[in-house]
Design a protein around this ligand. Structure first.
Ligand SMILES: O=C(O)[C@H](O)COP(=O)(O)O
Ligand SMILES: [Mn+2]
Ligand SMILES: [Mn+2]
Length: 558
């Protein structure tokens, strides 16, 4: 593809498939395939549209891999997630993802030789090193073992005063597990103190209520974090972080703990961020760190009153946005996800419409385009964001904006202005993360109704649809033992699984515009999300670039 440094975006014509079909690309977020029992909300819900697509197996419905190595994660035990899933769907290739790149940089020690670490380490002599991020072993946004290694590495390289600002999880890991993670961290910090490093937890809060908002849905979330982390102010003050989490859990779950600061005997916060300090946001995943990165890095910033803007040296674990180059300093280079299918298609005349509601909007745009914000060509693309509800947990509104997304997609398909109409339907995932089984059943039904609306529009215009998902979630809502039996906690209650899963996801193709003879190949049994881009390119009448993962479809002679 690349010739003398120049990339040619011209795609070759598909020998058998026509151009000019209107194509709906539907991504159901958090919609995996699993055995049909009472904890499989997709099975329990009425999902006639998705059920009917399944009847097309094996030629027009199959399963594809959406976790572990298939999406560039370190191990086969790593569940899929939206970032890596949409990256693979959009880029058509498997890139070693942030989790893996940070592992490698820590293992080789290269993380400490890079520009980013050198930059922050200039503050070690006089200032404090602050580490802010998600505290769990979920491996979706961050990992505890990486934080542990960084603490050790930074202290061995001169950091004398360290403050950790923890965000409790309960979303990528079991609710309640944050107590154990904070205890582990406290042990590590105690060991550092024995070695003469003044290392402490300084503040905390639940990830969904403090700091980790995304796509600018609710800046108050980031402000609550700023107040605790930077200003040292929070409604709850504790001497000890384990005690804080235990106490605050009496009224909230891990995801939603209110912000707290750790104070000394004089009731003074032990770790506000001040001039001369260094700050690292330890999450490798972008979407829920970009807002804080803006608050920390931008001089002109008007999303909330920062009150005090300390002069700091700030680095992200990774660079979170390749287009905005944000943050400008980072410890590990992000995957170079270039030449995504969106970029190719735009160069080849495919007019594209993408839509979701706020909480997933960046998934079908930013992640789809290789962690790049903005349009490739505004004349050829339109991205529509439907505002998400703010300040609620989605089990109270499980239908979310599914029907509005369906309507927008329908209108875009009928308008004739677009060749590709791409959506993310969030319900299975966002409601699945609340752990509320009943609400998740309602969510799955709503998602199915949105799919129907889109498929009906495709039917009307003689188009093609491709329906898939980015990873599992709603199809399994309980933690299980190795033989698949639900696990109970020490009180005899079911252990609810709020996280994603390692299950495969469905993919279906169809519609009146699908050429006769198009069917899923049987010789790509291990196909995964990265095989979808080439498939979509074929349906638009093109052959994918040579280095893309192979297409899932073939055209049988009739
Ligand atoms: O950020 C989140 O909400 C979860 O950690 C992962 O969910 P997602 O990968 O589906 O966004
Ligand atoms: Mn997702
Ligand atoms: Mn999710």
């Amino acid at each position: 593809m690349a010739s003398s440094g120049q990339v040619s975006f011209k795609l070759e014509d598909h020998p058998k498939l026509p151009k000019g079909k209107r194509i709906a690309v539907v991504v159901l977020d958090g919609w995996g395939e699993y055995k049909p029992d009472q904890y499989n909300c997709i099975h329990v819900a009425q999902t006639p549209t998705m059920d009917s697509l399944k009847q097309g197996a094996p030629d027009r419905w199959r399963l594809i891999r959406a976790h572990g190595n298939a999406v560039g994660l370190p191990t086969e035990d790593d569940m899929g997630n939206s970032e890596v899933g949409h990256n693979a769907l959009g880029a058509g290739r498997i890139f070693a993802q942030g989790a893996k790149l940070v592992d490698l940089a820590l293992a080789s020690g290269k993380i400490y030789d890079g520009e980013g670490f050198k930059y922050i380490s200039e503050s070690f002599e006089k200032g404090t090193l602050h580490l802010i991020g998600l505290l769990s072993d979920g491996g979706v946004h961050s990992r505890l073992d990486q934080l542990q290694l960084l603490l050790k590495g930074a202290s061995e390289r001169g950091a004398k005063r360290i403050r950790v600002h923890v965000l409790t999880d309960g979303r990528d890991v079991l609710d309640g597990s944050s107590v154990g993670f904070v205890e582990t961290l406290e042990n590590d910090l105690a060991k550092l103190r024995e070695k003469g490093v003044d290392a402490r937890i300084a503040s905390g809060g639940g990830r969904m209520y403090v700091t980790m908002d995304r796509y600018e849905n609710d800046w108050d979330v980031v402000k609550r974090g700023w107040d605790a982390q930077v200003l040292g102010e929070a409604p709850h003050k504790f001497k000890n972080a384990v005690e804080a989490v235990k106490k605050l859990r009496e009224n909230a779950n891990d995801q939603y703990l209110p912000p707290f600061v750790i104070v000394d005997d004089n009731n003074k916060a032990v770790g506000p961020i001040v001039d001369g300090d260094a700050v690292v946001t330890i999450n490798f995943r972008a979407d829920r760190m970009v807002m804080l990165a803006k608050a920390l890095e931008y001089q002109d910033f008007n999303k909330f009153d920062r009150v005090r803007v300390p002069k700091i040296r700030y680095a992200g674990m990774l660079q979170y946005d390749g287009e905005l180059k944000l943050p400008s300093r980072y410890l590990v280079s992000p995957p170079e996800i270039d030449r995504t299918s969106g970029e190719y298609l735009v160069h080849n005349g495919v007019r594209t419409f993408a839509c979701s509601e706020t909480v997933k909007f960046g998934h079908v745009t930013f992640f789809w385009n290789g962690n790049r914000s903005g349009y490739f060509n505004p004349q050829m693309e339109e991205y529509v964001e439907i505002p998400s509800d703010v300040g609620i947990t989605f089990n109270v509104q499980p239908k979310m904006k599914a029907l509005e997304i369906g309507e927008k997609a329908r209108d875009a398909i009928l308008s004739g202005k677009f060749d590709q109409v791409r959506v993310n339907i969030p319900n299975g995932d966002m409601v699945g993360h609340t752990g509320d089984i009943e609400a998740t059943v309602v969510a799955c039904k709503a998602a199915d109704e949105a799919v129907k609306m889109i498929l009906d529009a495709i039917e009307q215009v003689g188009g093609i649809y491709i329906v898939t998902a980015d990873h599992g979630n709603a199809e399994d809502m309980v933690k299980r033992n190795k033989s698949g039996e639900p696990l109970l906690d020490k009180n005899g209650d079911l252990q609810i699984l709020t996280s994603h899963t390692c299950q495969p996801v469905p993919i279906a193709i169809g519609g009146p515009g699908l050429a006769p003879g198009v069917r899923f190949r049987s010789d790509v049994p291990n196909g995964g999300l990265a095989n979808v881009a080439a498939t979509v390119m074929n349906l638009h009448g093109f052959i994918s670039p040579n280095d893309y993962e192979t297409t899932l479809i073939e055209v049988a002679d009739n």
